[in-house]
Ligand binder design. Structure first.
Ligand code: NDP
Length: 315
C-alpha cells in the first residue's frame, strides 16, 4: 500500500517542496496539515500535485484546541499514520514585542515547539498501530540553534538557560516570554524553539525507539534563503540574503532540493537510523551531523519534555 505522511506547514517553502517530491513518487499519500485551507489548495495545484495524491486537513499549531481537533479528524479519516513531519514554523526577527498563541504562549516557541510537541505526542499511538515497515517521526531542526556552527554563533545565540520562562508558562505576564527568562528577542525565540525541536527528537528516541521501532530524526536541510520564513525580515535583508548564501557562504539550497532532502529522511531506506540529526555536504550527500552541547544535552531534553508536558496539558 501507499504510505501516509502528515506534513505540517505544507502550504509553502520546505513543506510544500517535500509534499510535491513525495507525491510525485506515487508511493505516498500526503496529508497537508495547514492553517490556511485555500492557500494550501492553491499551493498544491501550483506545484502540480495530482488530486488523489494529497488531502488538506486544518491545523493551527498556535492553538492547542486546534491540534487536538486535527488529531481527532485524522483518526476519524481512518487512514494509518506512517510518517509524521513536524515542519511548520514562524520566525519573527524584527518583532519588538512578543505575540502569543491562543493559549498564551510566546508565538515562536508556542507554534514551533509546543504545538508540535502536543501533536506528536497525541499521534504516537497511531504510528505505533501502523503496520508500515519503516515508521518515522521527523522534526525539522536548524543550524541556527546549533552554537557549534558559524551560523549558530551569529547573535543572539540560542540559550534555554534554566528554563525558568518556560516553566512560568512563557506568557509575558507572571513569567518572561523567553525560555531562559530574558527580555523578548524574536530571533532568539526562534532559535530557542529549534533547540527544543532537536531536544524533543532525541527524547522521543530515548523513550520510544526501542519499544516501538519508530525512527526519530531531525535535520538541517541547508539554507533555503527564498522561503516565506523570512517574510517578516526587513526588505534589504530579503534582497541580499539569497545571493549572500549562494555566493559567500555557499550554504544556499533551492526549495526543490531541500524538499528532496527532507523527502529522503521520510522514505530513503538508508536513512532509518534513529536519534540522528541529518545534514548534507557540498555534494548533496547526507551525513550524521553533530549537535551543539546544549542541543544534545540529555538532562535538558528530559526537562524540556517534562515542562512542555505540563504546559500542553499532558501531565
Ligand atoms: P515557510 O515560512 O515557507 O513555511 C512555514 C510553514 O509553516 C508555512 O506553510 C506556514 O503556513 C506554516 N505555519 C506557520 N505557522 C503555523 C501555524 N500556526 N499552524 C500551522 N502552520 C503554520 O518557511 P520554511 O519552509 O523555510 O520553513 C520550514 C521549516 O524549515 C521550519 O521548521 C524552519 O525552521 C526550517 N528551516 C528553514 C530554513 C531556511 O533557510 N528557510 C533553514 C533551516 C530550517 P502559511 O503558509 O499559512 O503561512
Amino acid at each position: 500500500r501507499k504510505g501516509t505522511v502528515v506534513i505540517t506547514g505544507a502550504s509553502s517553502g520546505l513543506g510544500l517542496a517535500t509534499a510535491k517530491a513525495l507525491a510525485e513518487t506515487g508511493k505516498w499519500h500526503v496529508i497537508m496539515a495547514c492553517r490556511d485551507f485555500l492557500k494550501a489548495e492553491r499551493a498544491a495545484k501550483s506545484v502540480g500535485m495530482s488530486k488523489e495524491s494529497y488531502t488538506i486537513m486544518h491545523l493551527d499549531l498556535a492553538s492547542l484546541d486546534s491540534v487536538r481537533q486535527f488529531v481527532e479528524n485524522f483518526k476519524r479519516s481512518g487512514r494509518p499514520l506512517d510518517v509524521l513531519v513536524c515542519n511548520a514554523a514562524v520566525y519573527q526577527p524584527t518583532a519588538r514585542e512578543p505575540s502569543f498563541t491562543a493559549d498564551g504562549f510566546e508565538l515562536s516557541v508556542g507554534t514551533n515547539h509546543l504545538g508540535h510537541f502536543l501533536l506528536s505526542r497525541l499521534l504516537l499511538d497511531d504510528m505505533k498501530q501502523s503496520d508500515y515497515p519503516s515508521k518515522r517521526l521527523i522534526i525539522v531542526g536548524s543550524i541556527t540553534g546549533n552554537t557549534n556552527t558559524l551560523a549558530g554563533n551569529v547573535p543572539p545565540k540560542a540559550n534555554l538557560g534554566d528554563l525558568r520562562g518556560l516553566q512560568g508558562g512563557l506568557n509575558g505576564l507572571n513569567s518572561s516570554s523567553m525560555i531562559d527568562g530574558g527580555d523578548f528577542d524574536g530571533a532568539k525565540a526562534y532559535k530557542d524553539s529549534k533547540v527544543c525541536n532537536m531536544l524533543t527528537m532525541q527524547e522521543f528516541h530515548r523513550r520510544y525507539n526501542e519499544d516501538t521501532g519508530i525512527t526519530f530524526a531531525s535535520l538541517y536541510p541547508g539554507c533555503i534563503a527564498t522561503t516565506g520564513l523570512f517574510r517578516e525580515h526587513i526588505p534589504l535583508f530579503r534582497l541580499l540574503f539569497p545571493p549572500f548564501q549562494k555566493f559567500i557562504t555557499k550554504g544556499f539550497v533551492s526549495e526543490e532540493d531541500a524538499g528532496k532532502r527532507l523527502a529522503q529522511v521520510v522514505s530513503d531506506p538508508s536513512l532509518t537510523k534513529s536519534g540522528v540529526y541529518w545534514s548534507w555536504n557540498k555534494n548533496s550527500a547526507s551525513f550524521e551531523n553533530q549537535l551543539s552541547q546544549e542541543a544534545s544535552n540529555a538532562e535538558k531534553a528530559r526537562k524540556v519534555w517534562e515542562v512542555s508536558e505540563k504546559l500542553v496539558g499532558l501531565a
